[in-house]
Design a protein around this ligand. Structure first.
Ligand code: FAD
Ligand code: UDP
Length: 386
């Protein structure tokens, strides 16, 4: 059978591109995924106890982009949800990102008050500061505080998660969870936040419901690309895999989830508890707090970081650092040579630590680029209609 497009990967990047190409440009699209389900890492499903679980870790949709929110909202309604996380530090559960409430929980009140005044004077109320920047602090007391936060919140967690020290990673990684001079305990301050009311998988079913889209699961790209005819390919898998690792393997981090069903209506009173300094796992997830599901019992998951081993486990995270950027640049140069025939996009193909909204934004932008390039008549590529 002939298709206009083959899209490899049915996560957010692939599914959004499929939807746009099918519904806006009347293209015939085949979307393939090697997993046995759509949704990529955002996939959720009901477990044997009837609890809706996020199979590949907790997923909270958050964005400041009205365009992206409105786009995704065509395919789902939302359960309003503001994410909060507590970390187990010195025997207490304190808000993360570390904020003025965390300070007050961990320090004697006179000291916490003094540090709070200093922090507000130095940074301003409502300001976020990455921990690696705060470590440069000149004021001895604030420097001591920065070292404390670094040690208690970031150092061991980052070693567990990445097997690296925070300074060996791009500053943007620990910068995702900056010290927040505020009493706002939310993990994200984005304008739009929520959990799909009927789950992510239903959202993806709705995205891919167009009659121009055909879905093939349990299908490796390599098994289908030589056989199925299509003018164009979008590849959202690992870019090093596409080029058969000819410039070496790009490192990824993986995870293993230990799902447990507990005979309790509420295991930890919140959706996520982080354990920076204890245990081999980094966090415990309790799914009913994301979904608001009213079910007896509760399914939780212990999240264990792992090295990624090709063919054995999933490449969940690109590892952002200078050395890996150099390897990626070699693949990106090869990808550019294929421009017009094979497009690369997504967390694995761009080797970028995207959140879901960024994956959606990337797909929408690529769709615009594809259509604009063709409207102005790029000579050696067929028009979308043709
Ligand atoms: P993916 O979802 O990874 O989809 C790629 C798909 O391609 C996969 O289904 C894969 O099976 C398939 N594939 C790859 N190679 C091949 C091949 N060769 N042949 C066939 N199929 C192939 N983002 C948020 O915004 N909020 C969160 O709370 C959040 N939490 C997260 C928690 C964890 C533990 C992780 C790992 C990620 C989290 N994210 C979160 C990020 C989010 O998962 C990604 O932004 C999003 O899934 C990226 O979509 P994608 O389509 O680019 O990639
Ligand atoms: N981090 C940390 N301690 C925490 C939370 C986060 O050290 O309690 C660091 C760690 O390096 C982590 C990064 O900040 O990988 C980004 O955290 P985030 O919660 O955004 O990670 P994700 O949800 O993407 O796994």
């Amino acid at each position: 059978m002939k298709f206009d497009w083959i899209i490899v990967g049915a996560g957010f990047t692939g599914a959004v591109l499929a939807e746009r190409l099918a519904s806006q440009a009347d293209q015939q699209v085949l979307i393939v995924d090697r997993r046995d389900h759509i949704g990529g890492n955002a996939y959720d499903r009901y477990d044997e106890h009837g609890v809706l679980i996020h199979r590949y870790g907790a997923h909270i949709f958050h964005t400041n982009s009205r365009k992206i929110w409105e786009y995704v909202s065509q395919f789902t309604s939302w359960r309003p949800y503001q994410h909060t996380v507590k970390a187990f530090i010195e025997g207490k559960l304190v808000p993360v990102p570390f904020n003025l409430n965390s300070l007050a929980s961990l320090f004697p009140s006179s000291m916490a008050d003094r540090l709070e005044r200093k922090l507000i004077e130095r940074y301003g109320f409502g300001v976020k500061t990455p921990i690696l920047k705060m470590l440069d602090e000149q004021d001895p007391e604030l420097k001591e505080l920065a070292r404390y936060i670094y040690r208690e919140v970031f150092e061991s967690y980052t070693r567990k998660q990445w097997d690296l020290e925070p300074a060996q990673l791009d500053a943007s990684v620990t910068g995702r969870v900056p010290v927040f001079i505020s009493r706002d305990d939310r993990y994200f301050q984005d304008v739009y936040q929520g959990i799909p009311a009927r789950g992510y998988t239903e959202l993806f079913q709705s995205l891919l419901a167009h009659p121009n889209i055909r879905i093939m699961l349990k299908t490796q790209a390599a098994d289908i690309l030589p056989d199925v005819q299509a003018r164009n390919v979008v590849f959202t898998g690992p870019i090093d895999e596409y080029f058969q690792y000819r410039h070496g393997q790009l490192p990824y981090r993986s995870l293993s989830f230990d799902f447990r069903y507990e005979q309790t209506s509420d295991f930890q009173q919140m959706s996520v508890v982080n354990f920076p300094n204890d245990h081999l796992y980094t966090r415990i997830l309790e799914f009913k707090h994301f979904t608001g599901q009213n079910v007896p019992g509760s399914t939780i998951a212990y999240e264990y970081p792992q090295p990624h081993i090709l063919g054995i486990n999933e490449p969940y995270y690109p590892v952002p650092c200078e050395a890996n950027k150099l390897i990626f640049a070699k693949y990106a140069a090869e990808a550019k040579d294929l421009n017009g025939r094979v497009y690369f996009a997504g967390r694995l193909a761009d080797y970028k630590y995207y959140n879901m909204d960024q994956a959606v934004g990337r797909a929408l932008k690529l769709y615009d680029e594809i259509t604009q390039a063709r409207e102005v008549g790029v000579s050696d590529t067929p028009t979308l209609a043709g």
